[in-house]
Ligand binder design. Structure first.
Ligand code: ADP
Length: 446
């Protein structure tokens, strides 16, 4: 087992990794930007190194400084968390060549799944159903028109390097294609430094259902069932749950088998997520793979009883996966509590948290790095806490969530708590009849 791990991240996920390391008797090194001096990950780690000014580019994305911090502190491995450098093959490669174990998949796996268009080709070859669309990047408008007619309108233009729900444009008719194609490409270049665009059939009102997969260094790959992440705003997840109220056990089995086949085809090691869209006829299509731990991983932890971060560390240290160790049961729901104002178009609401009271009790879990007096910096993503409930049935998990949200008090900044309260009370949500357009047709924001 490793003696010391550097955590190349911040916020709740950095704390989450630190806690597991402590349990395993592993020393930890935190890295932090000047904006995060007062963060709990800095206080809880055994050592902490400032790697630069607030801007992510100069701190959490600054590979040379992070590697230098690992070298100075003699860390043996790096946990990248999610976001920042977690899916950066170059970072994984530099870690490896610097003698640091990157706690995640191999450089080859990241490469074959990192580019979203290429990932779809990889999955097509592995005979996993993919959303119909272009074979890779489309550079030429004429070809874009041909593809769009081929799959039929509406289509969606997506940035190969996109993420976080950004870099997508829906096109409903041929005469809108040219303008949107140029704009999407320019936007992708500006946001992700890569103008590459690919085209997909736009599925109306799909369900976002993803499978947690896990691989070890010996070729074993398992899946840990699904998470339904269909409650989204602007293609960004807000609520996740497991099991999905939409899929049957027969479909679960088919999708799970496809997820494992896909992950195995790229020799996948560590935690990963195969994301699918499922249409109203229960057809499922691979959308993309996230080659890292995800924000919503606690949902799977609650229903399986497995600690996915601990498993990542153990697998990275060479432990074999226990293939028989999970039998999901019960129902788990996660609400993402963001520092945003739902009454004002989810406008970011950074600033000082004046008072902070967390809910608790049986079946209630909160993963957070915040506390009363903490200042939410404007520089990073707005997640301030993940509230997770677990109960034997979906109805009980929803009731528990409603109660926990009621108890959760944050003063000084706006949060998404009032939004989640409305979702938990909504009849469509409670009946389990929702898809990715739920926010629009439920009128929940009005
Ligand atoms: P990101 O990596 O930015 O999160 P994804 O490719 O995972 O982007 O897509 C995010 C969300 O966008 C999906 O969950 C879904 O709601 C919507 N979406 C993406 N592709 C399609 C599509 N082809 N048809 C309909 N909705 C889509």
């Amino acid at each position: 087992m490793f003696k010391k791990i550097l955590i190349a991240n911040r916020g709740e996920i950095a704390l989450r990794v630190i806690r597991v390391c402590r349990e395993l008797g592993i020393k930890t090194v935190a890295v932090y930007s000047e904006a995060d001096r007062d963060s709990l990950h800095v206080r809880f780690a055994d050592e902490a190194i400032c790697i630069g000014p607030p801007s992510s580019r100069e701190s959490y994305l600054n590979i040379p400084r992070i590697i230098a911090a690992a070298e100075v502190t003699a860390a043996e491995a790096v946990h990248p968390g999610y976001g920042f450098l977690a899916e950066n093959a170059n970072f994984a490669e530099i870690c490896t060549s610097s003698g640091l174990k990157f706690i995640g998949p191999s450089v080859e796996s990241i490469n074959s799944m990192g580019d979203k268009a290429y990932a779809k080709d990889t999955m097509r070859r592995a005979e996993v159903p993919v959303i119909p669309g272009s074979d890779g990047v489309v550079t030429d408008l004429k070809l874009a028109v041909d593809i769009a007619y081929g799959v039929g309108f509406p289509v969606i233009l997506k940035a190969v390097a996109g993420g976080g729900g950004k870099g997508m444009r829906i096109v409903r008719a041929a005469d809108e294609l040219e303008k949107n194609f140029v704009m999407a490409s320019n936007e992708a270049e500006a946001a992700f430094g890569n103008p590459g665009i690919y085209i997909e059939k736009y599925l109306e009102n799909p369900h976002h259902i993803e499978f947690q997969v896990f691989g070890d260094q010996y070729g074993n790959v398992i899946h840990l069932n699904e998470r339904d992440c269909s409650i989204q705003r602007r293609h960004q997840k807000l609520v996740e749950e497991s099991p999905s109220p939409f899929i049957s056990s027969a479909l679960r089995e088919m999708m799970g088998a496809a997820a494992v086949k896909g992950a195995r085809s790229v020799n996948y090691e560590s935690a990963g997520t195969m994301e699918f869209l499922v249409d109203k006829y229960h057809n499922f299509y691979f959308m993309e793979m996230n080659t890292r731990i995800q924000v919503e991983h606690p949902v799977t932890e609650e229903v399986t009883g497995l600690d996915l971060i601990k498993m990542q560390i153990e697998v990275a240290a060479g432990k074999k996966l226990n293939k028989k160790s999970h039998k999901p049961s019960g129902h788990a729901i996660e609400c993402r509590i963001n520092a945003e104002d739902p009454a004002n178009n989810f406008r970011p609401s950074p600033g000082e948290i004046k008072s902070f009271h967390l809910p608790g009790g049986f079946g209630v879990r909160v993963d957070t790095h915040c506390y009363a007096g903490y200042r939410v910096p404007p520089n990073y993503d707005s997640l301030i806490a993940k509230l997770v409930t677990f109960a034997p049935t979906r109805e009980e998990a929803i009731d528990k969530m409603a109660s926990a949200l009621e108890e959760f008090t944050v003063e000084g900044i706006h949060t998404t708590i009032p939004f989640h309260q409305k979702v938990m009370k909504n009849d469509l949500y409670r009946a389990g009849t929702f898809d990715t357009s739920f926010i629009e047709y439920s009128n929940i924001l009005i």
